[in-house]
Design a protein around this ligand. Structure first.
Ligand code: 13P
Length: 288
């Protein structure tokens, strides 16, 4: 199956009260592991690419071409969207040109008028090309790829102004944080989420920072309109732990030398397990 926009899968998720997982990719092995698991689970999936990861993989064109070739070579039949995560305005255009099927413009650090202006331009381009567009209001906390957010709660009126521009989905800050959550984290602000939902109606909502949010909060967020949940850190931690264990046991020293097929295999299995576990919590299994 060719890449698809995230629009249809997210509208189905919103109506069916489950969420589609966005799992971020960093290299060939991660991408393959996530795609194979989504296929095994018969779950739609969104592959997230940060600008830093895109650069690491030599550019967005390499990423888009690699993912498209994998869909064909792995016989992937479930819907897959290739999505820019926290894009700059310039990065969005690069991904559109490179063949991504979905874009996130993170204008949350701009004054709202500028966020609106830039989002409005991107709505036009994405509509013309049949791509889905995610916008953000109220910065997500923590640090990701050098982008530092304060973890604000979004202003519901500003969310409505951005939603009314015709974006496909909206990431509204509700106290969520990328990476590990601090011990004194106050939890998600369901009050903010409900107020945003009230203003934006049917717009599928996006929850960033999906690694450390307890399952009961995730389920409640889904019941309040969240249809896409982003996971990055959990795959990284799982990969790291599995690789560390493999090396500590000295297994990397068996054989002729560095063999990525052996050294990276435990990490790939750990990513697969993470995708299975998260998809179960999000309720996306069997929804392809
Ligand atoms: P985590 O760091 O919690 O995995 O969140 C990832 C994310 O939201 C990417 O946009």
């Amino acid at each position: 199956m060719a890449l698809v926009s995230a629009k249809e899968m997210l509208e189905k998720a919103r109506d069916g009260k489950y969420a589609v997982g966005q799992f971020n990719i960093n290299n060939l092995e991660w991408t393959k592991s996530i795609l194979q698991t989504a296929e095994e689970l018969k779950s739609p999936v969104i592959l997230g690419v940060s600008e830093g990861a895109g650069k690491y993989m030599t550019g967005f064109k390499t990423v888009a071409d690699m993912v498209k070739a994998m869909l064909e070579c792995l016989n992937i039949t479930v819907p897959v969207a290739l999505h820019l995560d926290h894009g700059t305005y310039e990065g969005c255009y690069k991904c559109i040109e490179a063949g991504f099927s979905s874009i996130m413009f993170d204008g949350s650090h701009f004054p709202i008028a500028e966020n609106i202006e830039k989002t409005k331009e991107l709505v036009k381009v994405c509509k013309k090309r049949g791509l889905s567009l995610e916008a953000e209001v109220g910065a997500i906390g923590g640090e990701e790829d050098g982008v530092i957010g304060k973890g604000e709660c979004a202003n519901p009126d500003e969310c409505k102004r951005i939603a009314d521009l015709g974006v496909t989905m909206l990431a509204a800050g509700i106290g969520n944080i990328h990476g590990k959550y601090p011990a004194n984290w106050e939890g998600l602000s369901f009050e903010t989420l409900a107020a945003v939902k009230e203003k934006v109606g049917d717009m599928p909502l996006v929850l960033h920072g999906g690694t450390g949010i307890p399952t009961d909060m995730i389920k409640k967020a889904i019941s309040l309109g969240v249809a896409k949940i982003n996971v990055n850190t959990e795959c990284q931690l799982a990969f790291q732990e599995a690789t560390r264990k493999y090396i500590q046991e000295g297994k990397d020293l068996v054989g002729k030398g560095f063999d990525p097929r052996k050294l990276l295999a435990p990490g790939c299995e750990a990513i697969k397990a993470t995708v299975r576990e998260k998809s179960e919590i999000f309720g996306s299994i069997g929804k392809a």
